[in-house]
Design a protein around this ligand. Structure first.
Ligand SMILES: Nc1ncnc2c1ncn2[C@@H]1O[C@H](COP(=O)(O)OP(=O)(O)OP(=O)(O)O)[C@@H](O)[C@H]1O
Length: 271
């Protein structure tokens, strides 16, 4: 389980006559930082939702190590959803609850229904939550209502909430799409630190090429549900992008790049 890879085999999801994810085959080793890029509608969100079983596949397989993820039911399925935490573009915090309680909600996955309803958390759980917030530099805001925080702060709280689930995989669906460049950088760096320090696999949907190039070990480009490119940032040259998306697509990605400036980490740029 520790070093299990995530394997997708000919994974397909149709919505009526529309094939959102089309025969996607990928092998993602534990601990890889993977960026999924593509235009709106390319199938990025659907791919992430298939992996944590928020939606079911039409065809194909998902394996994590020896586990057949598509066959999981009941308790085993809940366990899988805990193993792959998800964060979203819109953070999904409860505005009227304080930050600490929002993070503790991440523990509910491990508890029975009644314990969840009562929202009684142990000292150990509170410590875990504070530690998670501290890693995201959000501990000083622990008692503030989530709704009063900036978008970037809310996303860091959402990451802390995901961390207390003690996941093996972090699925991030456009986590920086509604953030300004400074906050986008902080969120991407938080994901990178978690990836490095905890060995979590990170699978992040991005719509800006430069962000993917700056942070990801591996980039997967999708178009109309299919994987059009799978390689390192170094291999994803402008020529390749033009081949995949046309010159219009390249311009679109470059336009997006100018609106989100990130710092490139030379250590992550493949030789
Ligand atoms: N629940 C749904 N019902 C019907 N069609 C859907 C559903 N979810 C996604 N689709 C369709 O599947 C295709 C892929 O959508 P998806 O959201 O996965 O793309 P995306 O690359 O994540 O784009 P975006 O960045 O806009 O979310 C689109 O054509 C979309 O309209």
């Amino acid at each position: 389980m520790e070093h299990a890879s995530l394997r997708l085999t000919s994974l397909t999801r149709r919505f009526g006559g529309n094939t959102a994810v089309d025969r996607v085959t990928l092998d993602i080793p534990q601990g890889q930082f993977v960026g999924v890029i593509g235009r709106s509608g390319a199938g990025k969100s659907t791919l992430l939702r298939l992996i944590n079983r928020l939606i079911d596949r039409s065809e194909g397989q998902i394996h994590h190590g020896d586990t057949d993820v598509t066959a999981l039911r009941g308790k085993a399925l809940r366990q899988w959803r805990r193993d792959c935490a998800m964060i979203f573009q819109q953070f999904n915090l409860v505005d009227r609850l304080d930050v600490l309680t929002n993070v503790l909600v991440g523990r509910l996955a491990e508890r029975g229904f009644l314990a969840s309803m009562a929202m009684n958390f142990t000292d150990e759980e509170r410590t875990l939550a504070i530690q998670a917030l501290d890693r995201l530099d959000m501990a000083p805001k622990a008692l503030q209502r989530a709704g009063t925080l900036s978008g970037g702060q809310q996303q860091r709280v959402a990451i802390a909430r995901a961390l207390v689930q003690r996941p093996r995989i972090m699925l991030a669906d456009e986590p920086i799409a509604s953030l300004d460049p400074g906050n986008a950088t902080r969120v991407m760096e938080a994901l990178r630190n978690i990836n490095h320090e905890d060995g979590l696999t990170v699978l992040v949907n991005l719509h800006t090429l430069d962000t993917a190039r700056a942070y990801c070990d591996r980039i997967i480009a999708m178009r109309e549900g299919r994987v059009m490119f799978d390689g390192t940032a170094h291999q994803l040259t402008d020529d390749v992008v033009r081949d995949i998306y046309g010159s219009e697509g390249l311009a679109e990605f470059n336009e997006a790049v100018t609106s989100t400036t990130v710092t490139r980490n030379p250590a992550l740029t493949p030789a």
